[in-house]
Design a protein around this ligand. Structure first.
Ligand code: IMP
Length: 201
């Protein structure tokens, strides 16, 4: 993938995936979901806040009866990156028992968040549970068996923002997915500031 300058021309942002490519891919993912669940209802569960824009676009491209809910989580522990400890900050509003649930994430990184969410959601007896992630960083995976059933783009190990993804709550509203090369991020190579300063709620 080649990087080009961000339209917002910040020296720290380089476009990785353009909005037109995102739109096209989101439509393809939605078509696949529509095909896989033909004649059935799907229940999209978005992981706040990062997945909200992906979920909004995805939901509007799915040609099935579709309902939505949201869950918010944060990591905790001394080393957030690998603690594997996830806390639910906002739970679902309604039961998912018997539903075709699609957990919608912005990005699969270590896989710890999705691994935890899968575990707690499966206890609530959905009919099916699938994972849709706009982005996937396979080289960062700690929980190897975690994979997206519906994946948008596989990307290299770069810190990205935009289309819902943030750094310290900034950049979520960028239309393109951009690589952020910020001195804030690169300052602490052993434990990226991006992780510890990131807030998921
Ligand atoms: P995991 O539990 O390590 O898979 O982390 C998933 C979460 O980490 C995502 O939902 C994002 O909130 C966050 N994350 C991982 N990589 C990035 C990134 O490159 N930019 C912004 N957030 C990220």
């Amino acid at each position: 993938m080649t990087l080009s300058k961000s339209p917002k021309s910040s020296p720290h942002l380089k476009v990785l995936i353009r909005r037109t490519a995102i739109q096209k891919r989101v439509r393809q993912v939605a078509q696949q979901i529509t095909h896989d669940f033909k004649g059935q209802r799907v229940h999209l569960v978005g992981v706040l806040k990062g997945a909200c824009i992906f979920l909004s676009d995805l939901a509007r491209e799915i040609n099935l009866e579709t309902s939505l809910d949201f869950i918010a989580v944060s990591s905790y522990g001394a080393r957030k990156e690998s603690s594997g400890q996830v806390r639910v900050n906002k739970d679902l509003d309604s039961s998912i028992a018997g539903l075709n649930v699609i957990l919608v994430e912005d990005i699969l990184d270590t896989g710890l968040t999705v691994s935890y969410l899968r575990r707690i959601l499966l206890q609530r007896r959905p009919k099916t549970l699938k994972v849709a992630a706009l982005l996937d960083k396979p080289s960062r995976r700690i929980i190897k068996e975690i994979q997206a059933d519906y994946a948008g783009f596989s990307i290299p190990d770069k810190f990205v923002v935009g289309y819902g993804l943030d750094f310290a709550e900034k950049y979520r509203n960028l239309k393109d997915v951009c690589v952020l090369s910020d001195p804030e991020i690169t300052a602490t190579p052993s434990e990226p500031a991006s992780k510890s300063s990131r807030s998921k709620l």
